[in-house]
Design a protein around this ligand. Sequence first.
Ligand code: NAD
Length: 427
Amino acid sequence: MTPSSNRQDFGEFDSPLFRQAVAQFDAVQERTGIDPGALERLRFPKRTAIVTVPVKMDNGETRVFFGYRVQHSLTSGPGKGGLRYHPRVNLGEVSGLALLMGWKCGLIGLPFGGAKGGVNCDPTELSQRELEKITRRFTMEMIPFIGPDIDVMAPDMGTDEQVMAWIYDTYSMQVGYNVPRIVTGKSVELSGTKGRREATGRGVVYCIEEAAARLNIPLNSSRAVVQGFGNVGSVTTQEIALRGTRVVAVSDVRGAVYNPNGLDIAKLTNHVRSTGSVQGFAESEPIDPEEMLLLECEFLVPAALERVVHKDNAGHLRCRVLAEAANGPTTVEADRILKENDGVLVIPDILCNAGGVTVSYFEWVQDIQMFFWDEEEVNQRLKRIMSDTFRACYDVSIAEKTDLRTAALTLGIRRVASRKAMRGLFP
Ligand code: NAD
């Protein structure tokens, strides 16, 4: 029996996150009104590459890492999606994330298909030299699979502007000419765009503003709790604090800190810069990271890992808005519980964190033209796209008496699937 004829068989892709992404897809298929044949083709990725990445470590040992790249669909344009360095990375996780990227690009209307990649490694235990070797060898192994019009990577958990610079350099050296479009999320000096580093966090806060306006929550007398203080979490806290919201608790992989009067984000950022963690921040008290998620607040923002809101804690959340800055932070069971609880509005990941891929698209476009925009232009365009997309999802959710996730998935999947249906099936 083929995987697609047995709806419970996920084949090589099986993993909790892949099952979660497929369950979300299956739940809205009928609503899209698209031919089931076109939809069936989107249930699994179009193609995947698994490579081994041998590296001589600083201590002289040779270690072999596993690297992955998954292209969910190339119907609307090149694959687009982050590259993650984390010890939990595997084919199933990357594939689930690639599906989410596909719906996200569809929802925003970008000329990209969803993709995702990763290397199974722990970047916190690697030297810069080892990180560079892993990145360059991974890129080399992926040369036949990627390209500026085939598949374009960007930063995700554990990767940053420096990793993108190494990929850009390795790819350009191999093909023999300068190809900045091979990655987005580069530094501005290397043909990146202004505003990309901040884009995901800014987009999260634009969505929170839209939600707050509809729920009559004044931002300047609200509280936020943020899980994760990397790229997305740190920018989200800075942006929301600028609007007068008290950020009462923040966590990272090492621990969580709490101050009911609001953490001083500038001082916390300096503390993280010098110590590497939020832990031990002077103007705060430690709090159990799991308990932190249950604090009473207006905005709860998971900005780290997937599946952190699950059946055991979903019923105990005390936020008004759950803003999914991370990809896949809410399990299917938790989502069901939250749907029954009218008190929590969930801004789904494919909407909430879409600012990153949107400004990645701006970067790709600027790199084609070699004509660069100022930051104000980037931010204005981002804000307009995020606000319009939030409104579109919200209007569908009201008209169809459903939740925002269902609305966002329906719009995103409908756009990808209708293009597939119009182009037809080869041969
Ligand atoms: P990052 O590597 O910059 O930061 C990750 C943060 O999460 C770090 O502070 C780390 O300490 C923390 N963390 C890790 N494990 C944790 C745990 N168990 N508990 C609490 N904190 C933990 O990554 P990022 O780029 O900020 O990405 C965060 C999330 O946002 C991911 O789900 C990613 O897929 C998603 N995302 C990122 C972007 C982007 O532009 N970077 C775009 C869209 C979505």
